[in-house]
Design a protein around this ligand. Structure first.
Ligand code: ATP
Length: 368
């Protein structure tokens, strides 16, 4: 059975109108999503949005209430988890504490009754892959958290799944180790040429590792795109607000040909983006703080987008600082500035009156 005629178009994994209900509660709501071969794909969203449920349905631990899941065009309905070409990597605490690293990695292969020589070869390959050749005889409690995580990864890859499923895999690691492990995961995924599907609520993690991200809200997908597009061109207030820092101001739309204006209370922003809604629609203007210029000098008269206010707070973040600017009427706006020229320029400080300006191509018009 194959519903696809052109094989190049076949998504590796396809969720087709998938709904999952738990009693009266809808955890996944009529969701359609294609994931392609060799993608590093993230499901990103707040707790309870249905990410894990979606992944568990692909693994076969849950069946959809409605809709179907296809892998290489084949419907997975009724296929038990152990017969699916997917494998789920569990947190490192799922390792067997009494077994050595190599025994842990070999365990699933022994269950499958693979020949001894084959098991030995695969364990060696996996140890090399996760750079733990010299730790084969150790037990998990003789390893660091990051090393244990790599054993868990090796164990889930040893069975050679086509798709590796990772559910919040790095949650237990500290920040630095998590970042290192993210790069290792990317290297391994490239080296093996597998499809990785990761569930995370950590937007930085999703941005770092993914080829594409699906941002989820209440059982639905809000946007699917590459990290840069999610950040630069969020399709909604929800995505804009979930990923990174951003100023969002509500207002009414005014179409001005190639440009749009968002007229808020005591605030107007002009954006280089034509309107596709009627004048007067409720919309939002959004801009990332790093796209806002901050200066104590008044802007040229040609500048259309400007806010004048007092420096209320400064968050020094090393490579850049975030300035909280408060206008006299209480309106608050954020600007970020790289700290490279900090020692040269007269630094902007608390209580300074400053101008925030930005170009019309830097802002975003959010219509939903
Ligand atoms: P988290 O990051 O907290 O794991 P998530 O986005 O992965 O969140 P899911 O675990 O998919 O969310 O859960 C989605 C919703 O479905 C939640 O409200 C959860 O309580 C509910 N849910 C999940 N599994 C079951 C179940 N077996 N029975 C009843 N409700 C469930």
């Amino acid at each position: 059975f194959s519903p696809w005629t052109d094989t190049a178009q076949v998504p590796f994994i396809r969720f087709e109108n998938v709904t999952k209900r738990f009693g009266p509660f809808t955890a996944v709501d009529n969701l359609t999503l294609n994931i392609y071969e060799r993608e590093f794909f993230s499901l990103l969203g707040p707790s309870g949005c249905g990410k894990t449920t979606l992944m568990r349905m692909l693994a076969g631990f849950e069946e959809p209430t409605e809709g179907r899941i296809l892998l290489q065009g084949q419907d997975l309905a009724g296929v038990p988890p152990y017969r699916r070409p997917t494998n789920m990597m569990f947190q490192s605490y799922a390792l067997f504490p009494h077994m050595t690293v190599e025994k842990n990695i070999a365990f699933g292969l022994e269950q499958d009754n693979l020949p001894k020589a084959e098991i030995k070869a695969r364990v060696e390959e996996m140890l090399r892959l996760v750079k733990l050749e010299n730790f084969a005889k150790r037990k998990p409690n003789q390893l660091s958290g990051g090393q244990r995580q790599r054993v868990a990864l090796a164990r889930s890859l040893a069975k050679r799944p086509k798709v590796l499923l990772l559910d919040e895999p790095l949650g237990a690691l500290d920040r630095k180790l998590r970042e290192e492990t993210q790069f290792e995961l990317m290297d391994i995924q490239t080296e093996l040429g597998l499809t990785f599907l990761i569930v995370t609520h950590d937007q930085e993690e999703a941005m770092t590792v993914s080829d594409r991200i699906a941002v989820m809200d209440k059982g639905e997908i809000v946007q699917v795109a590459a990290p840069a597009e999610i950040y630069e061109a969020p399709n909604s207030r929800y995505v804009a607000d979930f990923i990174g820092d951003i100023n969002i101001v509500e207002g009414r739309l005014e179409c001005r040909g190639e440009q749009s204006a968002v007229i808020g209370t005591d605030f107007t922003a002009v954006i280089d983006q034509p309107c596709d809604l009627a004048d007067g629609a409720s919309v939002a203007f959004a801009i990332r703080p790093e796209k806002v210029r901050i200066s104590t000098d008044p802007p040229a008269e040609t500048v259309t987008n400007a806010v004048y206010g007092e420096v209320w707070d400064i968050a020094y973040l090393g490579d850049f600082s975030v300035f909280i600017i408060k206008r006299e009427d209480g309106f608050v706006f954020r600007a970020a500035q790289a700290n490279v020229s900090r020692l040269v320029d007269r630094p902007i400080t608390f209580g300074d009156m400053v101008w925030l300006t930005w170009t019309a191509d830097a802002g975003l018009l959010l219509t939903r």
